[in-house]
Design a protein around this ligand. Sequence first.
Ligand code: SAM
Length: 283
Amino acid sequence: MNLRETLRQAEGQIASKDIPDARIEAELLLMHSLGIGKVELYASPEREVSPSELEHFYQLLWRRLQHEPAAYILGESQFYGVDLHVNPHVLIPRPESELLVELTLEYANEHPSKAPISVADVGTGSGAIAMAIALHIPQAEIYATDVSQAALQIARSNCQRYGLQSRVHLLRGDLLQPLQWRMNVIVANLPYVESRNLPNLPPEIRHFEPLAALAGGSDGLHHIGRLLAQAGQKLLPEGMLLVEIGQGQAAAATALARSHFPTGQIDLVPDLAGIDRVLRVRT
Ligand SMILES: C[S@@+](CC[C@H](N)C(=O)[O-])C[C@H]1O[C@@H](n2cnc3c(N)ncnc32)[C@H](O)[C@@H]1O
């Protein structure tokens, strides 16, 4: 079989499982399996794929046909231009979470200072948000927390890859509890899927991503509510708290924020799809 035939066959098999973007998925797996780029893939479509190459490719394809996300098969993902190692101990970073980074950059621009800005990234997972902030705000010191030791190991290897170990401090513990002092900014993408919605998630998420990164209790706001209760004690004056929320959670999350920050400035920032995605509190 040549490259063109291998690709076409794989695309058909992936599409037959109702997996969207079957062509792109097939390309990704084939390029990764053969260690080639897109130019090479399309420059010589008649190139024969050897039996051993095919065997390796079929192993990866089989995993994708079981609905394992391509990011876990490849061990790689991207977030805000940052290349990240990922494995099933960490959530695959989502594009909508990039809004947390953008709003933090906005804050840094509005508060120009030679002094370092301290930022906490609560529930850091792969370290995606912490690293994107560290790379774009050179004066930022980041304190990234997670309860999962396995997630922090991935975050550590990602930080090492970019030489960020001295500015991204990885701390194990519950929410803000590992922080010894107050922060300028707290950002958090904590689990917020409501219990009743967990069984309806696509198999890619339900069977492969860590439950501890998804489950937000009966109303989805279990962790977020606890964070809002703690955050007042861990924010500096003129500080900002950014919390990612799920679709339909805006009113309840705002009410919680109002109860903990009665004099704070509270608003909601929509994502590119127009969904209220980030709850913002300014003290
Ligand atoms: C939705 S994932 C987000 C990961 C990463 N921030 C991202 O955006 O890709 C939530 C993360 O919060 C962590 N987590 C869950 N409960 C936590 C808690 N009580 N304290 C700290 N981290 C927690 C999970 O282990 C998981 O890594």
